[in-house]
Write a protein that binds this ligand. Structure first.
Ligand SMILES: Nc1ncnc2c1ncn2[C@@H]1O[C@H](COP(=O)(O)OP(=O)(O)OP(=O)(O)O)[C@@H](O)[C@H]1O
Ligand SMILES: [Mg+2]
Length: 228
């Protein structure tokens, strides 16, 4: 934990997410009468995605959310960069109330402070590997030479040097996954969100990528890649 700020990097408190048109009524019924998920579905035609989740993540901490399929992991993670808004509760990133951000502040949060690695890679097929990785830096209007230099440096970290000029679809699944990871690292975010980023891979590659990621995380904690 950063001793200067003492505040958690992420703070989630009492977050509920109920999907459906009648979520307000459903939420009230759950909170006041403690009705079950099944009753919420039957009586309000709503789905309880997250039920009263609270946690804190300290700076430098790797925090994992585990749970059965459909238990709300993806839903919960998507609240941190406000891809979803909570039905109740609060989310703070470095002390800022995420729900209270205006459009510009939200763009800033997503472009500069939080990066997300998605399960399905989320790469741009018509861009080269290098240009995919350099995208977060392009959004920040950095000169091309800087973007490319940085992209190539990060690609080396994930052992993809030599593949910079290939198009994303020319790479294997595991390699594309590493490009996605490299792009998130190039953004040098304060917060890196990953929603099962290795799950689509075969067990051997998955293990290798997980090990690589843990090693990278250790390196990056001590030597941040880039500060604009
Ligand atoms: N956009 C949505 N609209 C309605 N219901 C949703 C929506 N997104 C998620 N849900 C519901 O919220 C619940 C939690 O889903 P979520 O995707 O968060 O689970 P998960 O823990 O990530 O599961 P998995 O391990 O299978 O990825 C599920 O019941 C799902 O049907
Ligand atoms: Mg999920």
């Amino acid at each position: 934990m950063n001793t200067l700020t003492e505040q958690p990097a992420i703070q989630v408190s009492g977050v509920w997410k109920i999907f459906g048109d009648r979520w307000r009524e459903a939420l009230q019924a759950v909170q006041e009468h403690g009705i079950s998920k099944q009753q919420v579905l039957e009586e309000y035609n709503c789905v309880v995605g997250v039920a009263d989740a609270s946690f804190e993540v300290a700076e430098g901490e790797i925090f994992c959310i585990m749970g059965l399929s459909g238990s709300g992991k993806s839903t919960l993670v998507r609240h941190v960069n406000r891809l979803l808004e909570p039905s109740a509760g609060h989310i703070h990133v470095n002390g800022d109330d995420v729900v209270g951000l205006d459009d510009k502040q939200l763009r800033d949060l997503r472009n500069r402070r939080i990066a997300m690695v998605f399960q399905n890679f989320g790469l741009m097929p018509h861009r080269t590997v290098r240009d995919n990785v350099a995208m977060p830096l392009e959004i920040r209007d950095l000169p091309k030479a800087t973007r490319w230099q940085e992209a190539d440096r990060v690609l080396e970290l994930v052992e993809l040097n030599g593949w910079e000029d290939k198009y994303a679809h020319e790479l294997s699944g595991g390699m594309q996954q590493r490009v996605g990871l490299a792009r998130a690292i190039a953004a040098d975010p304060q917060v890196l969100l990953m929603d099962e980023p290795f799950s689509a891979l075969d067990p051997l590659i998955r293990r290798q990528l997980q090990d690589q990621f843990m090693q990278l995380a250790r390196v990056m904690k001590n030597h941040p890649v880039y500060h604009p």
